[in-house]
Design a protein around this ligand. Structure first.
Ligand code: SAH
Ligand code: SF4
Ligand code: F3S
Length: 453
């Protein structure tokens, strides 16, 4: 008998990847996707612990699900509620105590065991916990993908983090740094391309710390070279990287792999050396600028993106001005900025000189204004250019598709539905802060024809 499964995903792209894999794991049990939690036999919330706001959303969502479950139970029906992801890992038992209507709490390294956990929860009537970091790799235990990928597919190649930035929960929720073997990655990449993916986005919390199984000789640059030989794979991207792991081979790959798109998300967090030191980032602003300089020499048109935290404990006006200066100096194509959020168990949460909320708010507004100026300028400078766009999905209006440029800009184009999943030449005609409008030019390049596995 088929049952329905609804998965809600918060957090980063790795959670998006994990949610798809949880659906794969549950598919053999007869679960097929539902469009909403209402009426679903099983609901999974895949959670994020990175900032307080993200973590708190989970409990409001669980409150709503409790009502749904009570109504269903009153009608004699069963509903299984599972919490996965980084809040599940961080809170474990505590979550079962605070929300006893939750059946399963499962961490990011244990979700391949969901079938067993569902069976145990059914027998025990709920309250099952698995937040171990099992010795066996979950990747070895995962089944093949059950649903065909979109034109741009995520592929997790690395997990966890050993960097221990003082503000960050990731090393605790995802565990130690781990690289998947190159052979398994290549096999998954070939399957995704065979089933229609044109672009692969390699994922990892510290993706450029990826290293091959033969020791340190093959880094991410080598892996990208290997994947670039897959016929039909037109585009490669990777995210998120750490400035300290941008080695020569990876930078060289940006210079000579045409499939590697000229866009890099390389978070710097702050432009102040004393704040970078207090964050334990392991680099100064000048080191970051030097990495950007090397990247630009290898690939002059590379577009850059970053993350920033404002109001880290002890951040002075001068420290913040150094961040603004760095934003001006680099000219980001895209950037995300956050108010520092003290996280339980991280060293920075215990630091003196926490920055008051209104000060964080003011700095965030000033930084975001600078970022928006940069983004708007970057997009405006693209107008008039002819670029290759990979069409990913339907636009808001009929007859419109949305795609991405090599520089990761969203473009709206009037285009026939047959172009979905394909790359076509587009002339960029108008720009805003977040996106561009384009017009089709000439016939599409047919990348999908005759793809071999
Ligand atoms: N692995 C990536 C980032 C992972 S978290 C890296 O090393 O850059 C994504 C972003 O969330 C971070 O880049 C940081 O800007 C932000 N972030 C992490 N912890 C935070 C906290 N405690 N408060 C506010 N923002 C935070
Ligand atoms: Fe968090 Fe720092 Fe690791 Fe990124 S490098 S995941 S910010 S600890
Ligand atoms: Fe959030 Fe975990 Fe990703 S804390 S950002 S879901 S690694």
């Amino acid at each position: 008998m088929t049952k329905t499964l609804f998965i809600r995903t918060y957090g980063c792209q790795m959670n998006v990847y994990d949610s798809a894999r949880m659906a794969d794991v549950l598919a053999p049990l007869g679960y097929s996707p539902a469009l909403s939690p209402a009426g679903a036999d099983m609901v999974v919330i895949n959670t994020c612990h990175i900032r307080e706001k993200a973590a708190e959303k989970v409990y409001s969502e669980l409150g709503r699900l409790r009502l749904e479950k009570e109504a269903r139970t009153a009608r004699g029906e069963r509903m299984t509620i599972a919490v996965a992801g980084c809040v599940a890992q961080a809170e474990g038992e505590e979550m079962l105590a605070r929300a006893p209507w939750v059946d399963i709490v499962v961490g990011p390294q244990a979700y391949h065991r969901l079938p067993e956990l569902v069976a145990r929860a059914t027998r025990a009537g709920g309250g099952v916990l698995d937040t171990e970091f099992p010795a066996e790799s979950k990747f070895d235990a995962l089944p093949e993908e059950s649903v065909a990928p979109g034109p741009s597919a995520f592929l997790t190649v690395q997990e966890g983090c050993d960097k221990f930035c003082t503000f960050c929960v990731v090393p605790y929720t995802r565990g130690a740094e781990f690289s998947r073997p190159a052979t398994a990655i290549e096999a998954e990449a070939r399957r995704l391309v065979r089933r229609g993916a044109v672009e692969l986005v390699l994922l990892g919390q510290n993706v450029n710390a990826w290293h091959g199984d033969d020791g340190a000789t093959v880094g991410l640059g080598g892996l990208l070279r290997r994947l670039a030989t897959i016929p039909g794979l037109a585009r490669l991207r990777y995210t998120t990287s750490h400035p300290r792991d941008m080695d020569d081979a990876l930078i060289a790959a940006h210079g000579d792999l045409p499939q590697l798109m000229p866009y890099l998300h390389l978070p710097v967090q702050s432009g102040s050396d004393s704040i970078l030191a207090a964050m334990n980032r392991g680099h100064r602003a000048a080191d970051y600028l030097a990495v950007i300089g090397r990247l630009r020499r290898a690939r002059p048109d590379i577009a850059l993106a970053s993350d920033f935290i404002v109001g880290f404990p002890g951040e002075s006006d001068d420290d913040f001005r150094a961040t603004l200066a760095l934003v001006e100096e680099i000219g980001y194509a895209q950037a995300y900025s956050f108010k520092y959020s003290p996280r339980p168990g991280t060293p920075a949460a215990a630091l003196p000189l926490q920055v008051p909320g209104d000060e964080k708010e003011a700095r965030l507004a000033a930084l975001q204004a600078a970022i928006v100026r940069g983004q708007t300028e970057f997009n405006a400078a693209s107008v008039g250019r002819m670029v290759e766009v990979l069409f990913e999905r339907d636009g808001r209006h009929a007859g419109q598709l949305i795609g991405r440029t090599p520089h990761n800009q969203s473009v709206y184009v009037a285009a026939p539905p047959a172009l979905a999943g394909r790359i076509a030449q587009v002339r960029l005609v108008a720009a805003s802060e977040r996106s561009l409008a384009g017009e089709l030019a000439g016939a599409p390049a047919l990348y999908l024809e005759g793809v071999a596995g």
